[in-house]
Design a protein around this ligand. Structure first.
Ligand SMILES: [Zn+2]
Length: 169
């Protein structure tokens, strides 16, 4: 399989998309989200792991606060269980009845994440149960006196081979 080159691509395994869909629809019309796990390959990121919002997450109509402690615990477990193959790539969240675009708040959040994790990804799934759309961005590590401009990336779905590391938490 060729991961392509040049454009930033986010390859998301079908089972991860299904998990995001399940979570989104379960809690609709409230917001939810989680983490994307996988690895990098050149200009591509390959996502085969998924972490949900966590039991103590706060879901509002226009806000979402993950259960960070729970997520970090799962992330640690996924990383160790996969021998380091599955690492944190970024976050995903929903915009119920909204559009799949970065809000100013989203941009701020991604900028903060990129201080710890350069080139982190933010995936947004927007819409409602009969019509969802998905877009993703990658942030750069911020340089002084430069505006933070997340770059849109191309989302590609793929069927992950059975023997690839995967995670669902
Ligand atoms: Zn948002």
């Amino acid at each position: 399989m060729s991961w392509g080159s040049g454009v930033l691509s986010l390859w998301i395994a079908k089972h991860v998309i299904a998990a995001i869909q399940r979570e989104s629809e379960q809690i609709y019309p409230l917001e939810t989200g989680g983490m994307l796990l996988g690895w990098r390959d050149g200009n591509s990121k390959i996502v085969t792991g998924f972490i949900g919002p966590g039991p103590s997450a706060l879901h509002g109509r226009y806000m979402f606060l993950p259960d960070h402690r729970w997520q970090v615990e799962h992330l640690r477990h996924a990383f160790l269980a996969s021998g380091g193959d599955l690492d944190y790539l970024g976050d995903w969240h929903t915009h119920p009845d909204g559009v799949a675009k970065m809000s100013d708040q989203d941009s701020q959040t991604l900028r903060k994440i990129c201080r710890r994790v350069p080139h982190a990804t933010m995936l947004i799934r927007a819409g409602h149960p009969s019509s969802w759309s998905m877009n993703a961005w990658i942030g750069e590590r911020q340089r002084p006196f430069r505006p933070f401009v997340p770059q849109a990336c191309r989302i590609q779905e793929f069927e992950a081979p059975e023997d690839w590391p995967r995670y669902q938490g």
